[in-house]
Design a binder for this molecule. Structure first.
Ligand code: IMP
Ligand code: MG
Length: 172
């Protein structure tokens, strides 16, 4: 059985930081109606907490993408398993991600969403491992810098387990 090693970000740390992010986003988007887009399944816990700390009219939508492999990588695309059903033209889009590792998923989502001609497109990531090769996607809002370890909890899974943990931990 897979066991947890250490708690890296506790429940209270996460809630405090998500509240701060919500306040910052509220300030930055005042007078606008952002479209929050998150990615199944990992991003949903963060999205659920974050959206309740953004005090503006807003929409939320979910996408699902296939885990990429060597083939997808060389083809330079991410396979969309579930797309959003909303016109993004001239909208202020905020992509809400759980964790940025190599940045490949994000890069492809950004390319896809850019084609839809939003007025603005920014990223809010809860965790950044800072491993993405240059040129790095610009992360406008980041919750925490994360160590280059495999993390679970608060939406992040290992073989589909641990998503429900209210804290973020690494594995033995
Ligand atoms: P990237 O494309 O390498 O940046 O990976 C992004 C996606 O991989 C994230 O949205 C997660 O779904 C998953 N992922 C990356 N690192 C971790 C981790 O440490 N724990 C769990 N999932 C991860
Ligand atoms: Mg993800």
């Amino acid at each position: 059985m897979t066991e947890l090693a250490r708690v890296l970000f506790g429940r209270e740390d996460i809630h405090r930081r998500v509240d701060e992010l919500g306040r910052t986003i509220t300030g930055d988007y005042v007078g606008r109606e952002p479209v929050l887009i998150s990615v199944l399944k990992g991003g949903t816990v963060f999205l659920a907490d974050l959206m309740r700390q953004i005090h503006l009219p807003l929409e939320t939508h979910l996408m699902a993408v296939s885990p990429y492999g060597a083939a997808e990588e060389s083809m330079g695309r991410v396979r969309i398993l579930l797309d959003i059903d909303v016109d993004l033209t001239d909208r202020d889009v905020l992509l809400v991600e759980d964790i940025v590792d190599t940045g490949l998923t994000l890069r492809r989502l950004l390319a896809l969403l850019t084609e839809r001609q939003p007025k603005s497109l920014a990223i809010c990531a809860l965790l950044d491992k800072q491993l993405a090769p240059e040129p790095r996607p610009e992360l406008r809002f980041v919750g925490f810098k994360a160590p280059p370890a495999f993390l679970v909890g608060y939406g992040l899974d290992h073989a589909e387990d641990f998503r429900h943990l209210p804290f973020i931990a690494d594995l033995m």
